[in-house]
Write a protein that binds this ligand. Structure first.
Ligand SMILES: Cc1cc2nc3c(=O)[nH]c(=O)nc-3n(C[C@H](O)[C@H](O)[C@H](O)COP(=O)(O)OP(=O)(O)OC[C@H]3O[C@@H](n4cnc5c(N)ncnc54)[C@H](O)[C@@H]3O)c2cc1C
Length: 382
């Protein structure tokens, strides 16, 4: 994390410093989970003990109430902790954002305090075999029967879902609109112990290796009727609103990875310069470093601008997409550049560069691929 920005509140400056120290203290532990591919529960619990899962949750529900800016500051820091940053992002600003915006007061009281303490993690399930970029093409259905929803279908590539019965699984499903009988998308919370709900295969991944990403199956899965989130007719619009916040956070976490990688490049080059001043005469590496520093600053400013607008309650569609697209593509580019600067050492497991490179690539895929970001930006502009 860079120096605090001038518009940050004292609370935001303090949280940035605390998260930075927390991350420094736990880097080695996070790396061990990367290698052994185990879900980092002990470390997730330490993150929870700091209250960070409640970063975006209002104090009345037990959160830290740091707003979008504060949550992004936390996300950028935790981005260095490999899968832990991803767990945080998905849980806090994908699943929970739905609750904050659309849940009834009763639902908020039921779920938010546990989420704020990290006792419950959030999962957001949109992707299916034929729905992802085309998020409206959902095949999973939810049919009302008495006091319950009967859900049938499947989801794939869903993060934060193999946990014990403590995660909140929020799904999109097609439901019948009463006014005209049309099938429209709604959002429903599925408790992990609901009958007919099954977690399928775990995906082995290039990065986020310790994270839990699974297939999900709903076979006459029964969920109480009042587990519907928000308006039955507006599920899709709800999702689009919520994903905007997720995109800002992805910009933040990607910036964290780019910064961590850059720090390695600076340390390595300083050391190399001691023995070989010709590194500076050739200009390639110094020029590279200058460009990287500038691009990170731009990524950070983009997500912070989007977060600032969100905190002010202003429209931030374009800014959120800029933050996600630029942040994720910059992280991929920078991690690849740093690998080159440190070559051949950057390719070795001893250095974290290849791990950061693997993590960064994911952010070009989740919460909408780069192509989908460009499409939305172009639509907004036109
Ligand atoms: C590790 C991991 C974790 C994930 N976690 C979650 C999660 O928690 N919840 C969840 O719901 N999903 C999750 N996903 C899924 C991810 O969000 C989707 O895979 C992604 O949005 C792409 O959608 P898709 O699978 O439908 O691919 P497709 O849409 O089939 O995309 C394939 C390619 O076609 C391109 N493409 C598609 N449509 C267009 C178009 N109109 N114009 C131009 N190009 C196009 C895409 O950009 C992409 O390059 C995760 C994926 C991974 C890898």
């Amino acid at each position: 994390m860079s120096e605090p920005f001038f518009w940050w509140t004292e609370e935001q400056k303090e949280i940035a410093q605390k998260v930075c120290q927390f991350v420094e203290d736990h880097l080695e532990e996070a790396e061990s989970y990367f290698w052994n591919k185990k879900f980092p529960w002990p470390l997730v619990k330490k993150v929870a003990a700091q209250g960070y899962f409640g970063a975006g949750i209002p104090k009345e529900y037990g959160g830290l109430e740091l707003g979008a800016t504060g949550s992004c500051i936390v996300a950028e820091g935790l981005g260095r902790l490999y899968a832990v940053g991803h767990v945080f992002t998905v849980s806090m600003l994908a699943g929970l954002e739905q609750m904050l915006k659309f849940a009834s007061e009763e639902q908020k009281q039921k779920w938010l305090p546990k989420c704020a303490k990290g006792e419950q993690l959030g999962a957001l399930c949109i992707t299916e075999p034929f729905a992802g970029s085309d998020a409206a093409n959902v095949m999973t259905t939810a049919v009302k029967e008495g006091d319950e929803w009967i859900i049938n279908g499947s989801k794939q590539f869903i993060t934060n879902t193999n946990l014990d019965n403590s995660s909140i699984v929020i799904i999109t499903a097609k439901t019948q609109r009463e006014s005209d009988g049309k099938m429209v998308i709604s959002t429903i919370v599925v408790p992990k112990d609901a009958s007919g709900f099954k977690v399928g295969q775990k995906y082995e991944k290039m990065g986020m290796r310790a994270g839990a990403t699974h297939e999900l199956f709903f076979d006459d899965c029964r969920v109480p009727r009042d587990f519907l989130l928000g308006d039955i007719n507006k599920g899709f619009a709800q999702h689009l609103t919520v994903l905007q916040t997720g995109r800002i956070t992805v910009g933040a976490i990607a910036t964290g990875i780019a910064q961590a990688c850059f720090d390695e490049a600076i340390a390595f080059t300083r050391k190399s310069l001691q023995g070989n001043q010709s590194l500076f005469t050739s200009q390639r590496i110094p020029f590279n470093l200058a460009d990287i520093a500038m691009e990170i600053e731009l990524s950070r400013t983009m997500y912070l601008k989007a977060a600032w607008l969100k905190d002010k309650g202003e429209k931030h569609t374009l800014e959120a997409h800029f933050a996600k697209l630029f942040g994720s593509e910059t992280a991929t580019k920078i991690t690849s550049e740093v690998l080159k600067i440190l070559s051949p050492y950057g390719y070795l497991d001893k250095y974290p560069i290849s791990r950061y490179f693997r993590q960064a690539k994911l952010f070009e895929i989740i919460e909408g691929t780069s192509e989908m970001q460009r499409l939305v930006i172009a639509r907004e502009l036109l």
